[in-house]
Unconditional design. Structure first.
Length: 334
């Protein structure tokens, strides 16, 4: 794929971050533009939350810029993959949940909570989520081009042609239960999206059209990750399938479990822990689901890091073995 496509997508992603970053910076500096009820939260909590989200989007913009630079091909893989994986886990379910929920609200006539003016003016939601939509499409599109340029040989390889890495047997011991757990957690989210009261109060189960769509989106992504993980663990089932398809499913679903599920649960648990009179950890089935999503996300992350390191080391080793030195100072390649 041409580099100009990568440059265009990456620069567009950087520009898409600008409205959100500008709005967050104004809120941190005390300019409550678009905020209907600025006294709902304490000023310290408001500033800390906006400063943290400002930092997250700044990292996304920096990564998008790095992808477009020649030095991006030489950057350590973990330095780019970790924030991109986390961004995928946050942006994909957010975009699909908001877009799906908004469309469902238009069709069914259900009230869209983003149209209320209780805390934030409606136009703010348009600016924020419109920016997230463009940012998500362009950032992940730029990463897809970058990944094919850097690891195209691995992504285009059939599952049956993958090298048997040294830790694959050990990884199966952990990843097979992780696939089952992803399927179970995804099923719970789908049930919640359908209005089930499993483990929650009836009032909480009712939710809004956006929360229902978000649960549907998150649940389907986790189920997709479970299927992709099983295909990677059992390549003989579909030996001709390209690695990129199940890997993309595991990448997105695993990131969703880690970032949108586990990390969000951890943030709420820490926030509740510092709030007087609130439980230190969210209880019940929702708390258990969040904790398990964090664990399974970390498991997928560690396994992916080991596998990528082993496969890329194998590719480099094969390249060195193909190199034949005919005489000192002269090299030819077969």
């Amino acid at each position: 794929m041409p580099s100009r496509r990568l440059t265009l997508l990456g620069r567009t992603a950087v520009l898409a971050c600008a409205p959100y970053l500008t709005l967050k910076l104004l809120w941190v500096l005390g300019f409550d533009i678009g905020v209907v009820d600025p006294d709902r939260f304490g000023r310290a909590v408001w500033i800390a939350a906006n400063a943290f989200t400002f930092l997250l989007d700044t990292i996304a913009a920096a990564v998008a810029h790095t992808l477009t630079r020649p030095t991006g091909r030489r950057a350590p893989a973990w330095l780019l993959l970790l924030p991109l994986w986390t961004a995928s886990g946050l942006l994909v379910p957010l975009i699909t949940g908001v877009v799906g929920g908004s469309l469902a609200g238009l069709v069914t006539g259900a009230r869209n909570p983003m149209g209320s003016d209780d805390l934030i003016a409606p136009w703010v939601f348009g600016v924020v989520y419109g920016g997230f939509l463009v940012e998500g499409v362009t950032l992940l599109g730029a990463f897809a081009v970058y990944a094919h340029q850097r690891w195209g040989g691995l992504l285009r390889a059939p599952l049956g042609g993958l090298a048997d890495t040294g830790t694959r047997t050990v990884q199966r011991i952990f990843l097979a239960p992780a696939a089952v757990l992803l399927a179970a957690l995804g099923s719970v989210h789908v049930l919640w999206g359908a209005g089930s009261t499993l483990g929650v109060d009836a009032a909480e189960a009712a939710g809004t059209v956006i929360s229902s769509a978000s649960d549907w989106s998150q649940g389907l992504l986790l189920l997709l990750a479970a299927a992709g993980l099983l295909l990677l663990l059992l390549p003989r089932l579909t030996p001709g399938l390209r690695v990129r398809w199940p890997l993309a499913a595991v990448w997105t679903g695993g990131g969703t479990a880690f970032a949108c599920g586990g990390c969000m649960w951890l943030v709420r648990a820490v926030t509740d822990g510092f709030s007087p009179g609130a439980p230190a950890v969210s209880g019940g089935l929702p708390g258990l689901v969040g904790a398990l999503e964090l664990c399974v996300g970390l498991t997928v992350l560690c396994a992916g890091a080991f596998t990528l390191g082993e496969l890329t080391a194998d590719v480099r080793g094969n390249a060195r073995r193909r190199m034949i030195v005919e005489r000192p100072g002269t090299r030819t390649y077969t």
